[in-house]
Design a protein around this ligand. Sequence first.
Ligand SMILES: NC(=O)c1ccc[n+]([C@@H]2O[C@H](COP(=O)([O-])OP(=O)(O)OC[C@H]3O[C@@H](n4cnc5c(N)ncnc54)[C@H](OP(=O)(O)O)[C@@H]3O)[C@@H](O)[C@H]2O)c1
Length: 276
Amino acid sequence: MAQGQNDHSNASMVEARKLYDLAGLTSIVTGSSRGIGAGIALELARRGANVVVNYTSPKSQEAAESIVSTIEGCGSGARAIAIQANIVTAAGQNKVVEAALELSENTSINILVHNAGNGDDCFLPDVTEDFYEMQTDLNVKAPIFLTQKVIPHMPRGGRIVLVSSCSARMGVAQQTVYAASKASNESFSRVWATELGQSKGITVNCVNPGPVATDGYFSSTQEFLDDLKPLIDSTPAEARVGEVRDVAPVVGFLASEESRWVTGSTISACGGLLFF
Ligand SMILES: NC(=O)c1ccc[n+]([C@@H]2O[C@H](COP(=O)([O-])OP(=O)(O)OC[C@H]3O[C@@H](n4cnc5c(N)ncnc54)[C@H](OP(=O)(O)O)[C@@H]3O)[C@@H](O)[C@H]2O)c1
């Protein structure tokens, strides 16, 4: 490569790495009142993006509003709104889309993070149709129909990130429905990367955490947590459960311009518990 070209490319890289690289963009992070979603909302806001902080349970209102205050005080200029909406329903999906359009300065939704998920454990003989529907409604149906509603408002350069789980590939007991539903998120990233790539300029990727210290994780049965202990002790990066701060920056990268050449991928964010 000629010297001049190299200089030009270095200069563009410096330019691309602006401090607030998501400034002026608007995002939706489902299930962001607490846990991994709250961390992702703060990460996107730290980079300058406006954020719809979504939750469903009335008891999480205070937590969601506290995330909004933290975002608006973080110094990046990001704005946020807390929206109570069950994203399994069409009405809930419309509510978060409308909130994002109001938050945006140019009625665009640039970043969509499908984070809300249910990971309740259940041995195969105990799986009921109600349990199946509850878990697949949130983990499979909601991302499909929310994405459908967001796409008409997502300009080129848009980013969709699905928070799946290493469980999609591990074969952990009690995860018949969870593992299958999280595997669907990986499939969505590949199919949507194809459907929304050249035609719409949108990238779609999946991030798979291993165990992360959140309310969701600690609501697992003691039996389940005990079963995972040897696995956690053997985690290559460090013998510990993951933390929200280990996962959120990976989503931040996938939401940024810098990830433009990554699409249809699944990134393992689990300290090497599972290589892929
Ligand atoms: N923690 C882990 O070990 C782990 C590992 C791998 C993957 N994951 C995945 O990471 C994601 C986040 O997990 P987490 O442990 O941080 O979850 P969490 O602590 O259980 O928090 C769940 C979040 O989702 C929201 N939510 C639940 N149902 C919803 C609905 N119907 N509509 C809108 N929001 C809803 C909750 O809102 P409320 O506060 O109102 O209830 C809350 O904000 C999930 O997809 C999970 O499968 C987690």
